[in-house]
Ligand binder design. Structure first.
Ligand SMILES: C[S@@+](CC[C@H](N)C(=O)[O-])C[C@H]1O[C@@H](n2cnc3c(N)ncnc32)[C@H](O)[C@@H]1O
Length: 272
């Protein structure tokens, strides 16, 4: 897909997903967010950049870890996500948190400003992931670190058929490279290409639980990256994709709900 189009699909898709995201995914993504926080080893007083902050599920944990004295700039491509996180930061009276709309491939900062650059589950959506990592390298101070979390290999993510099910009914792939960075050592290689050293990655399996069919369907279609394509479907097509998706996860059924396997990769790397 042409990068400009992919960016638009992401921006407006996540605008649609924003209101459903936390109800869909909050519990399910906790293990990867915990690991991201653990590996980041944030300290009070640090200057941190977060890209692809979404609704702020990890933003406010970062804000707590660097307080007092630290500053967090949280960024996301989606206007809605930025609005939700910005309002939540205001409600919490967090003066040390700024939230800005920004593409992670084009960071609007000078060189060497941050101690840490963190992105949890954003890199799968970026048209040029290498550029997004190069940009993090550029804005980090010498000795600074990046922590990047992504979904793992396609074969280890039981919900992965969502993409072909939707793609079959639209003109182009919704997330053409979703599993690329989580496959083999792709992410580690890209981090080294950006100039990072001491690159470490951890790959781990999880079970993604949804208590009902409705929750599994909401998470797949309304609260995730295919939301833009999905909301344009007519009612008949929506029913068809629900049916196809439930069939694709049937082997993971547990009573009324599902226990779906998933895999994440979390990488940490340092700027020399
Ligand atoms: C799965 S959500 C992750 C949100 C949050 N980090 C979390 O862990 O819950 C993915 C986010 O990536 C953002 N995104 C997609 N493409 C992006 C880009 N090129 N630059 C910055 N953010 C992007 C989306 O708008 C969305 O909010």
């Amino acid at each position: 897909m042409e990068p400009r189009l992919q960016r638009r699909v992401q921006r407006y898709g996540w605008n649609k997903a924003a209101d459903f995201y936390e109800d869909s995914w909050k519990e399910q993504l906790k293990p990867v967010q915990d690991k991201t926080m653990e590996v980041a080893e944030l300290r009070p007083g640090e200057a941190v950049l977060e890209t692809a902050c979404g609704t702020g599920l990890i933003t406010f944990r970062i804000a707590g870890a660097i307080h007092p004295g630290g500053e967090l700039t949280a960024t996301d491509l989606s206007d809605e996500m930025v609005q939700i996180t910005g309002e939540a930061a205001d409600d919490r009276k967090l003066d040390h948190v700024k939230v800005q709309r920004m593409d992670s491939e084009e960071l609007e900062f000078g060189d060497e400003q941050f101690d840490a650059a963190i992105s949890c589950l954003g890199i799968m959506y970026v048209p040029n992931p290498q550029r997004s990592l190069d940009e993090k390298f550029r804005v980090l101070k010498s000795g600074g670190r990046t922590v990047i979390a992504t979904w793992g290999e396609r074969k280890n993510c039981g919900w992965a058929d969502i993409f072909p099910i939707v793609d079959k009914r639209v003109a182009s792939d919704v997330c053409p490279m979703f599993f690329q960075q989580g496959t083999g050592d792709t992410l580690a290689v890209a981090l080294r290409n950006a100039g990072f050293k001491k690159v470490e990655t951890e790959r781990f399996r999880v079970t993604i639980q949804f208590a009902t069919e409705e929750h599994a369907i909401m998470a797949a279609f309304a609260g995730g990256p295919v939301a833009l394509a999905y909301q344009k479907f007519d009612e008949q097509t929506k029913m068809e994709v629900h049916e196809d998706y439930l069939k694709s996860i049937e082997e993971f059924r547990n009573g009324k709900g599902f226990d779906i396997p998933g895999e994440f990769v979390v990488a940490r790397a340092f700027k020399p």
